[in-house]
Design a protein around this ligand. Sequence first.
Ligand SMILES: C[S@@+](CC[C@H](N)C(=O)[O-])C[C@H]1O[C@@H](n2cnc3c(N)ncnc32)[C@H](O)[C@@H]1O
Length: 221
Amino acid sequence: MITSENNHYIPALKHSWLTRFYDPVVALSTREKVFREKLLAQAEINPGDQVLDLGCGTGTFAIMLKTRHPTAKITGLDCDPDILIQAQKKKISAGVDVTFDESMSYTTPYSECEFDTVFSSLFFHHLKSVEKLRTIREVYRVLKPGGFFHVCDWGRPSNSVSRVMSLCVQLLDGLEVTRDNIEGRLPSFIKGVGFEEVSQLGRVETVLGTLDFISAKKPRK
Ligand SMILES: C[S@@+](CC[C@H](N)C(=O)[O-])C[C@H]1O[C@@H](n2cnc3c(N)ncnc32)[C@H](O)[C@@H]1O
């Protein structure tokens, strides 16, 4: 089992004892319905597709995916066993079939070219630069050629109020892991790993800063 002692990771609200409050905090602070609908809408999911939600947390987005695309096979991955207990409970009460796996994002148990689509939301700002790059390489490995990677995460603040508010996230999760996000570097990291058609698909303003939406395609070659 993964623990924060044998593998470094930052839990959903930085401290494990706060994990139980994650869902209400996100609901109150991120315009959750707006950003999750926008992320879902930017992807094309076909019947029978294999879809991964990386850093799935309490499973909200994975469950939403399965509800909207019942024939797709949805997998959520997270390294925190405590948050996956919440995800399992939510899946049972939603009555949907989603697989939740416990693993680090950069060493997943999946085969090469296993997924049609990989999503991640509010996740990359938990990783150091080197972990971000390792994770994006892993996403590239597990995606099928022509498959898409869709990301929603904190980005460069669009104005000075947003910049000030984004300090709350930076102070909570840490300056080191959030810096690449706030400086707008995620798209160039994704391009650098070999993805094509890397596009920024708009932004959502929240009380905690600006959320960026990115999509990228693994070349067919
Ligand atoms: C802020 S939460 C986002 C959860 C979810 N994606 C959402 O949209 O609500 C970040 C999640 O990333 C997970 N995490 C952090 N580092 C990780 C890593 N290296 N591998 C897998 N999961 C990780 C944490 O356990 C946490 O559940």
